[in-house]
Ligand binder design. Structure first.
Ligand code: WTA
Length: 651
């Protein structure tokens, strides 16, 4: 097996290592062969209504649909005339089977407390909370904000909303009071569910305090339900605030799931756009449930025996789709963890994998890079042999991180599914199928059945293999967003105006001669250096392949001669921030990619500014690189002091 440090100099652009699935894996997989995949993909492309109609038989319906596919993009409707309920599909239907007493959710709190909810337990709790919601005046069509830690009550609250047709809007617990207020107002939320506080690296995140502050600016909210999680002292406003445990005590455990139209709004999830105002991505019931269910099965090869763990926070789409809706619709056992990966120490995730005998593990490249930085000793201390499949999501994974994941966590025996998708797409769009696809570090490989991507130029012309372009979707798919809440014009302008007739993803990508897709990052992160197109990701990948580099972020800045220059922010594994090393790194990048990619500036920094979801805040780095005043929203920044230090590092 190749050792990443020895071959790291090989160009990341020309990555050609391929890892075919083991025969034993393919033999047991849901999708077993290339031929099977190709037949599904061709069928879905030529006859989407026939294909998705057949797939939809995997869901339980109160009434079948009249039409599978109603209208073309942008305003496509799916399964019109059908009546369905997402919570029913995630819970009730499993109660009629042996899964009734199967673990639906295995939860671990950061302090080490655990809870297991069987499907029957989940049913009881969801029904009770659905009755609580009704009692508080929440009904079908109302919006409910969930601003909660990663505790079982979050899953229960989501499914309770879905059960009665209320639309949930989950706000990541790291957002500020102002962000909560903005989202409450945009959605005109009627009720907020929160907790006294949540645990993060041994400290309490004061959620209720933030809710109190947000409500001064969001008058639509009438009631607040508070879960007691940490015991933190909170102020309870009479006739507005209620304890979860008080309300649940008296609630009935009987609540029929409401039959809803297929296109009934299931949830709103706010995501950042190109402007300062967050976009309320709206997903609907049938298509989203179908998309997450089928992709969970295909991509994670979910089996009844599996313990599946997606480490995302439910505040992001990955948690919605691949902790809750997708796995539960399949009747799987899904793990949920409340806290930080380095609490009480850097071995926490691996300790949990060993303890719960986790079989499928899904995380983000940014986490993988942190694990690398913390050192192999942490994972090596634990027995990871239960793992059979690994996944990544959220950003392009650099080949070095991929190889480390493959070697150290996967013990060279687990397929890695690099899943490309977005909040807007609802479910995974492109990914290897673990029993079929030969994986290759850095590529999300091929589109799933029903997904028809293309690479186009600005005028919409399909590009030949290997020349980069804009990533678009040429056909609609069931779990696509239906609108931006309250702003359909912005929905049309953002996703459908750029390339007429197509969904525009906002990413640049290229397709190679094997039909594999390589995501180059957001289009706004693509540099144009002396007329050459270059992805910031490629330069970062080259940098982190250097043995002394822990993490790197690369941005463009205005350059008199080249149009755009390359500025690299680099964190080191050891303190070795010399000018010699700067030169060495420039050479390293030049060697890995080519002279056009030679960095103009290298800046060493102790850490990189990131959002609470772990994304590097490139906009800020671009401003710093360009010497501009910092503009825009910095509320999601993990650590504001990082910024101050970066400014100090200016040359
Ligand atoms: C990026 C997360 C490369 C991409 C599910 C996309 C990826 C944005 C990958 C969406 C991947 C996501 N490889 N890039 N496997 N997955 N991205 O909405 O730029 O938080 O447009 O959804 O993340 O981020 P979002």
């Amino acid at each position: 097996m190749t050792n990443p440090s020895s071959d790291s100099i090989e160009s990341v652009l020309q990555e050609s290592r391929k890892f075919p699935p083991a025969e034993s894996f393919s033999a047991e997989a849901h999708i077993k062969s290339e031929a099977e995949y190709q037949a599904m993909w061709d069928r879905a492309k030529d006859d989407p209504a026939g294909f998705w109609g057949e797939m939809a038989e995997n869901l339980d319906w109160f009434e079948k649909w009249d039409k599978v596919l109603d209208g073309d993009m942008p305003d496509t409707k799916w399964f019109t005339g059908g009546k369905i309920n997402a919570a029913y599909n995630c819970i009730d239907r499993h109660l009629k089977t042996w899964r009734k007493n199967k673990a639906a959710i295995i939860w671990e709190g950061e302090p080490g407390d655990t809870r297991v909810l069987t499907y029957q337990d989940l049913h009881r709790e969801v029904c009770k909370f659905a009755n609580v919601l009704k009692q508080l005046g929440v009904g079908k069509g109302d919006r409910v904000t969930l601003y909660m830690p990663m505790i079982p009550e979050l899953a229960i609250a989501m499914l309770a909303c879905a059960r009665i047709g209320a639309t949930h809007s989950i706000i990541f617990g790291g957002f500020s009071a102002d962000a909560v207020a903005d989202r409450n107002n945009d959605a005109q939320a009627k009720l907020v569910v929160t907790a006294d506080a949540g645990w993060r690296r041994g400290k309490q995140v004061p959620l209720k305090v933030a809710v109190d502050e947000s409500l001064e600016k969001s008058p639509s909210v009438e009631k607040v339900v508070v879960v007691q999680r940490t015991g933190a002292e909170v102020t309870m406003v009479p006739d507005r605030d209620y304890w979860w445990h008080d309300l649940m005590k008296g609630a009935s455990a009987e609540c029929e799931a409401t039959p809803l139209d297929s296109e009934h709004p299931l949830f709103i999830l706010y995501t950042s756009g190109s402007t300062g105002k967050p976009k309320g991505v709206l997903h609907t019931t049938a298509g989203y449930t179908l998309g997450t269910m089928m992709t969970s099965k295909w991509v994670f090869d979910l089996k009844d025996e599996d313990t599946y763990w997606c480490t995302a926070d439910i505040g992001w789409v990955t948690g919605h789709s691949y902790i809750i809706y997708g796995p539960l619709a399949n009747g799987a056992t899904t793990m949920m963890y409340e806290g930080a990966p380095n609490w009480p120490d850097e071995g926490r995730f691996w300790e949990m994998v060993e303890k719960h005998r986790v079989n499928i593990f899904y995380t983000a490249p940014t986490a993988i890079r942190a694990f690398i930085k913390w050192g192999d000793d942490w994972p090596n201390k634990y027995d990871l042999s239960s793992l059979r499949l690994l996944g990544t999501v959220g950003e392009p994974i650099n080949p070095e991180a991929w190889m480390w994941y493959h070697r150290v966590i996967g013990q060279e025996a687990c397929p890695i599914v690099d899943t490309w998708w977005q909040t807007e797409t609802g479910s995974i769009m492109m990914s290897p199928l673990p029993g079929v696809t030969a994986t290759t570090p850095g590529s999300c490989t091929k589109p799933l059945p029903g997904i028809v991507p293309d690479i186009v130029s600005k005028d919409g012309t399909s590009q030949p293999d290997n020349s980069g372009g804009l990533l678009v979707m040429r056909q609609p798919w069931p779990s696509m967003l239906r609108t931006l809440y309250g702003d359909h014009d912005r929905f049309l302008a953002t996703y459908f105006n750029e390339i007429p007739g197509c969904y525009f993803a906002g990413d640049g990508a290229r397709r190679d001669e094997d039909g594999y897709y390589w995501i180059m990052g957001r289009v706004d992160d693509v540099l144009n250096v002396s007329g050459h197109r270059l992805s910031t990701m490629e330069v970062e990948s080259a940098l982190v392949s250097h043995e002394k580099v822990a993490e790197a972020a690369v941005v463009g800045f205005p350059h008199d001669l080249k149009g755009e220059g390359i500025c690299c922010f680099v964190t080191l594994k050891n303190e070795d921030d010399t000018d010699e090393l700067k030169d060495e790194l420039k050479k390293h990048v030049r060697h890995a990619i080519g002279a056009i990619a030679t960095p103009d500036t290298i800046r060493f920094t102790a850490s990189l500014p990131k959002t609470r979801s772990g994304k590097i805040m490139r906009r800020l780095l671009r401003d710093i690189a360009a010497g501009r005043e910092l503009v825009g929203d910095t509320t999601t920044l993990e650590d504001l002091s990082v910024l101050a230090k970066l400014r100090e590092s200016e040359e």
